[in-house]
Design a protein around this ligand. Structure first.
Ligand code: BYC
Length: 329
């Protein structure tokens, strides 16, 4: 019997000392089969998944901060209600993902500790500030747009619990992307200063959104193995290109420009050429030197500390409940 929505008991996993049948695993992947928590899997496969799923979960949780910053300043009650729902969705995504990671035999509290001590990463994009209301639109349109482009193929990831979590996440992300587009559309068809605010947000978020897809393929140490294992279905550059091709016509529909003078359609390739991305900026942000890294982590640690009483209370209640059930039995 399976213990949760993700298709496995939270703590069942491959035991490293169990003989690993590589041929059976390779045949399962070749037949597009799904790997489930109780299945035999190479230790490297398990570790890669823990790394990626944990970082993905941390990104969802840290990603609540830049937009959360605008909940109290949303321009209307309707905008406030929508933004609160969106930020709550991100918390939910974090929870599905931590639960999916736990099916690989890790503990959520340990993953959170690794984030707090800087041993695990989160997406570079959340280290940029949200200076105006238009940034909430730009995050929805560009950041969630990039996230969907990256995550739709993850619905076919070879690891069942991650793939299933992604189905629901992607449905919610597409709503998020539409709400960001609608904010920018409204601003860009408003007063000249509203339009300028929308353009400024797009100017600041365009390049960091392209960086979300990770380093170029030649500089991506994990891609080849992750693709061979069916964890990643497309390379970083392939997904980046797909995002550019999807976004250019949407920018035209918004009446906004993308801040890249080299952006033009390439008939031969059937895609848009784009300018050089400053990957030194990505590596600096990943190293902790982005505009808001310190602030984001300080806020995350303080929120965790402030919530300690709730975790303690839940644990005390669970113990009390277990004792009561035991004595009744
Ligand atoms: N930021 O070999 P590579 C969201 C790291 S949340 C930081 O290509 P890989 C949302 C990478 O981890 C969106 N680090 O790695 C939430 C690796 O370091 P380690 C989050 C990055 O794993 C709220 C090293 O660079 N989405 O949607 O094959 C509001 C070398 O890279 C970044 C996910 O997490 C980066 N941008 O590919 C709104 C999706 N890029 O771990 C929206 C799931 C690279 O070896 N993750 N690094 O020390 C993935 O698809 C892949 O992990 C990546 C990287 C494409 C991100």
């Amino acid at each position: 019997m399976y213990g949760n929505d993700f298709g496995g008991d939270q703590h069942t996993r491959h035991e490293p000392d169990r003989p690993h049948d590589d041929r059976a695993f390779t045949a399962l992947l070749a037949g597009e089969g799904r790997v489930e928590p109780r299945d035999d899997m190479p230790e490297g496969y398990r570790k890669t998944l823990v790394r990626q799923i944990a970082q993905h979960a941390h990104s969802e949780i840290i990603g609540m901060q830049p937009e959360g910053n605008w909940i109290s300043r949303a321009p209307s009650l309707r905008r406030k209600a929508i933004l609160m729902a969106k930020v709550q969705d991100e918390a939910g995504h974090g929870l599905y993902l931590y639960a999916a990671a736990e099916t690989l035999g890790v503990d959520r509290a340990d993953l959170v500790d690794q984030l707090h001590s800087g041993r695990q990463k989160y997406s570079s994009i959340f280290n940029y500030p949200t200076l105006t209301w238009a940034d909430v639109g730009a995050i929805g349109w560009l950041v969630d747009g990039a996230a969907i482009t990256n995550q739709v193929p993850l619905c076919r990831c070879s690891y069942g619990p991650y793939a299933r979590a992604m189905v629901r996440v992607c449905k919610e992300e597409s709503f998020h992307q539409r709400q960001g587009f609608e904010i920018l559309y409204t601003l860009s068809h408003g007063t000249p200063s509203q339009k300028a605010m929308a353009q400024d947000a797009v100017n600041r978020y365009w390049w960091p959104s392209l960086m979300m897809f990770g380093p170029p393929d030649d500089d991506s140490p994990n891609s080849a193995q992750s693709m061979a294992w069916g964890i990643k279905r497309f390379s970083n550059d392939e997904l980046r290109q797909r995002f550019v091709d999807m976004t250019v016509p949407q920018a035209q529909a918004l009446g906004l420009t993308l801040p890249d003078p080299d952006l033009r359609w390439n008939d031969e390739r059937g895609g848009y050429d784009y300018g050089e991305i400053d990957f030194t900026e990505l590596f600096e942000v990943i190293r902790g030197n982005g505009p808001c890294n310190t602030e984001r982590m300080a806020h995350k640690r303080a929120a965790h500390q402030a919530g300690a009483w709730a975790r303690d209370a839940a644990e005390a209640y669970a113990e009390k409940h277990a004792r009561r059930t035991e004595s009744v039995a």
